[in-house]
Design a protein around this ligand. Structure first.
Ligand code: NAG
Ligand code: NAG
Ligand code: NAG
Ligand code: NAG
Ligand code: NAG
Length: 455
């Protein structure tokens, strides 16, 4: 491709700013009515012998890579590269909202955010992903193009603490579902096959009395590389943006974005839990999520106070866990991701969504010829034609339940030190707060601190 001088300058500018941004992102956790559920931690779990059961699907995508359009007909587009089923699930009531927390998302990677569900029948932990039929329950594309390349769904996500709020359709039939959440970055999409898809999947058990049971589309049939919403130059002024993929189902509710406060820490439920012993546990979990009672602001405040005290000797890495842990892995000479440096990138060749193509390296190729174009902006955005988020500004705070008994029970092992990756603090934690040699206690949030290798 040909670069003009101004474009080249813009590239260097983009490169320099990219240097301060961590690689592309992934979802660290979801929050349902205040209950925090850990996702698949790609910075830690791939290096563990026996990683915990979580609600997020497993993917060895340690480089935070993407799936290119050349793989739209391949299984990788379903739940990310080589993804395998999550072994646990979270219980959620139809009509409840789920907040999906990403690591810091790069500013330059503008594009839509979409959410789909697919019914898995008996068990999402074993279902064949290639049979799942997804229907779309949410989506925000171009919000406005006042300042080219525009303000997009991902910009709302960034502005809401790198998180995304999605509502389970209130009339959805109860059952087991895979939630497929996705950001599509369009910063290189002016070239065919230049879009970057970042799907992330989670297992849910939806409760409720509704009967809505929409038909869906196989993951491998959601998109075509030539879809107008995927092959598009966002650096020219857009008067319209057509969301890619199937249309929104009727019965979907798009909510205004906001982040969710965390009031307790929950573990994934497993099929075993729910069949044998845990009629009780399931009941508790269901009660936890279906609560719509007003939040206990006072409890929150008390919790915050407690953890503030506890946090004195704790380093908060809320803002940038990715960076820290990556460094840690390297320094312990475990199988560190080989691709974490921004080596020359071949983002063009599109047929591998593999890590090394992804890390900020994208910025040093032909993409991101953005900034210069900003001046072309004519500002006539005709916002009506965009698929913007709508209505229903139900504030999360209003539906935050009281902390449940399923919260952080102190495991109260009274050993002096916690082992690597064990919990070391958080509200009501009564176990060890010191970490074994070589590890330090880090605060992920007020409810969960974990021993991580000291860098
Ligand atoms: C995914 O699987 C393919 C085929 O086995 C392999 O070549 C590729 O390296 C895997 N990707 C990751 C990120 O492990
Ligand atoms: C476009 O979105 C940005 C970010 O929300 C906002 O600051 C700006 O006012 C919006 N412009 C219009 C015309 O709506
Ligand atoms: C979150 O996103 C909404 C759009 O849904 C926006 O109006 C709001 O300003 C964002 N929140 C923050 C803190 O920017
Ligand atoms: C912490 O303990 C207090 C007192 O027992 C209790 O009221 C509160 O709900 C607990 N918080 C959590 C998050 O479990
Ligand atoms: C969650 O799992 C961890 C690790 O297995 C365990 O220590 C903790 O007690 C569990 N918490 C709850 C609320 O079940």
């Amino acid at each position: 491709m040909q670069l003009t001088t101004t474009t080249t300058t813009a590239l260097w500018t983009a490169l320099l700013s990219a240097a301060s941004v961590a690689a592309h992102g992934h979802v660290t956790n979801i929050v349902i009515n205040g209950v925090y559920y850990e996702g698949f931690d790609i910075d830690v779990f791939p290096y563990e012998d026996d990683p915990p059961v979580v609600v997020g699907w497993t993917t060895p995508n340690t480089g935070n890579g993407y799936i290119p359009p050349s793989e739209y007909a391949e299984p990788n587009i379903i739940c990310h590269e080589n993804a395998t089923n999550a072994k646990g699930y979270a219980v959620v009531g139809a009509g409840d909202k789920i907040n999906i927390q990403w690591t810091a998302w790069p500013d330059s990677h503008h594009g839509p955010v979409l959410d789909y569900l697919a019914n898995c029948g008996d068990d999402c932990s074993t279902v064949d992903k290639t049979t799942l039929e997804f229907f779309r329950i949410d989506g925000v594309g171009l919000v406005n193009d006042t300042d080219v390349p525009g303000y997009w769904g991902d910009d709302e996500l960034i502005d809401n603490d790198s998180s995304w709020l999605v509502e389970i359709p209130p009339e959805l039939a109860a059952g087991n579902y895979v939630l497929r959440h996705e950001i599509i970055a369009l910063h290189s999409a002016e070239e065919l096959d230049g879009a970057q898809n970042y799907p992330q999947c989670f297992n849910l058990k939806v409760t409720g009395t509704g009967t809505l049971s929409p038909t869906g589309t196989l993951g491998t049939e959601l998109y075509q590389s030539t879809d107008p919403g995927l092959y598009i130059d966002i650096y020219s002024t857009l008067t319209t943006y057509e969301m890619p993929g199937p249309t929104l189902i009727s019965g979907a509710v798009s909510v205004s974005q906001s982040s969710s406060s965390i009031t307790s820490y929950g573990n994934a439920t497993t099929a075993d839990d729910s069949s044998a012993t845990a009629a009780a546990a399931a009941t508790t979990a269901a009660a936890a999520v279906s609560t719509t009672a007003a939040a206990v602001a006072a409890a929150d405040t008390a919790a915050a106070d407690t953890s503030a005290a506890a946090a004195a000797s704790v380093v908060s890495i809320t803002a940038a866990p990715t960076t820290f842990v990556t460094a840690t892995v390297a320094s312990t000479s475990a199988a560190a991701p080989a691709s974490s440096s921004a080596a020359g990138d071949d983002g063009d060749d599109g047929d591998d969504g593999d890590d090394s193509d992804c890390d900020d390296g994208d910025d040093d190729d032909d993409d991101d010829d953005d900034d210069d174009d900003d001046d072309d902006d004519s500002g006539d955005s005709s916002a009506d034609s965009y698929v913007a988020s709508s209505t229903a500004a139900a504030a999360v705070a209003a539906t935050t339940p009281a902390p449940t008994t399923a919260a952080v029970a102190g495991s109260s092992s009274s050993s002096d030190t916690q082992s690597m990756y064990g919990q070391c603090g958080g509200v009501n934690w009564s176990g060890a707060t010191a970490c074994a040699s070589g590890a330090s206690c880090y605060s992920y949030n007020a409810y969960y601190y974990q021993c991580i290798a000291t860098s």
